[in-house]
Design a binder for this molecule. Structure first.
Ligand code: SAM
Length: 307
């Protein structure tokens, strides 16, 4: 069973219930925390959906969702709701969703799309390479059938390139020194697991900033391994170019400034309705929500209101 707690769930539910959408698309399904609650609430308020589109880059998240939550989810859907569940990157998912939305039956409909970026606690705890608390192979791929694991990526990079990744994706203060130490461990065959990486960092980082640095280095490598920002950029560009006759609301949960930098240019074509942060109470209950900012963007053709 998943341990991930959906972030800013109440805020997301308030927006979805206010929108009364015809289409719900969750493109970072994860453990299905947001989607399960959204669909349950829509059912309870008797708001019918024409299409539910669910996707994630992690095929294991999709499989687990199907195994553990799908039958309950079906109970919340009406007899005419079409359900699509796919293993896709954001940039692929938006193209696929667009194909559906271009159908005549969705003209003037009201669409809500959610993206909850980064990783889930389930990935940190149960998948290889994402967390530094357990010793697992240094992989970090959302989809283990695509790309190369972190350990291999490190082997293929120059010290300068690795240093840039640590600086740009992890905001590490002395990236070159760390990059050199990581590469050196790799070339001696001592960088196969997360435990190996932790050892390198312990030997090179003062104790007072060790935890923060571990977090940042793991984040930087994960972003590079999965080309997360590249995919997010392609996704936002495709969103900006959507020319559909319907109202679309995007809920984008971001966790660091790099994601926000990529998502903000959407404002050139979409309206930023709101920007929300978690309450102190939620941060206390779920520390993973601490850095979250929820952006609510609106695409509305010629200012029309749809449903
Ligand atoms: C924070 S979790 C989502 C949690 C989910 N909202 C829930 O409540 O269970 C982020 C999910 O997004 C997926 N993800 C991250 N970047 C992605 C991308 N560029 N394309 C597709 N999926 C992505 C991850 O695999 C992960 O399952």
């Amino acid at each position: 069973m998943g341990i991930h707690k959906p972030v800013m769930l109440k805020e997301c539910l308030d927006i979805v219930l206010h929108e009364k959408p015809n289409v719900w698309a969750d493109l970072t399904l994860g453990s299905g925390g947001h989607t399960s609650e959204v669909l349950r609430e829509l059912r309870e308020k008797a708001i019918p959906l024409d299409l539910v589109f669910l996707s994630d880059a992690d095929p294991r998240a999709i499989e687990l969702f199907k195994k553990e939550k799908l039958s309950a989810i079906r109970e919340y859907l009406g007899p005419n709701t079409e359900l699509i569940i796919e293993n896709l990157w954001l940039s692929e998912a938006i193209s696929k969703l667009r194909e559906f939305l271009a159908e005549e039956r969705f003209l003037r409909k009201n669409v809500v799309i959610m993206v909850d970026l980064g990783i889930s606690l389930d990935q940190v705890e149960f998948r290889e390479g994402f967390g530094y608390k357990h010793d697992t192979p240094l992989d970090m791929r959302f989809n283990p059938t695509q790309g190369v694991p972190a350990s291999e990526l490190i082997g293929s990079l120059s010290i300068d390139h690795l240093s840039d990744i640590l600086k740009n994706y992890g905001e590490i203060r002395h990236p070159y020194k760390l990059a050199r130490a990581i590469k050196s461990a790799h070339s001696r065959g001592r960088l196969r697991t997360t435990g190996d990486l932790v050892k390198v960092l312990k030997a090179n980082v003062p104790e007072v900033i060790l935890k923060k640095t571990l977090h940042k280095v793991f984040q930087a490598l994960r972003i590079a391994v999965n080309d997360e920002l590249g995919d997010l950029k392609r996704f936002t560009e495709k969103l900006r170019d959507l020319e559909l006759d319907m109202q679309i609301t995007l809920l984008a949960l971001t966790y660091h400034s790099l994601e926000r930098r990529v998502i903000k240019p959407l404002r050139s074509k979409w309206r930023l309705l709101k920007k929300l942060r978690p309450t102190e109470e939620e941060i206390k209950e779920n520390p993973s929500s601490r850095s979250a900012i929820l952006y609510i963007f609106r695409y509305s053709p010629l200012g029309k209101t749809c449903r």
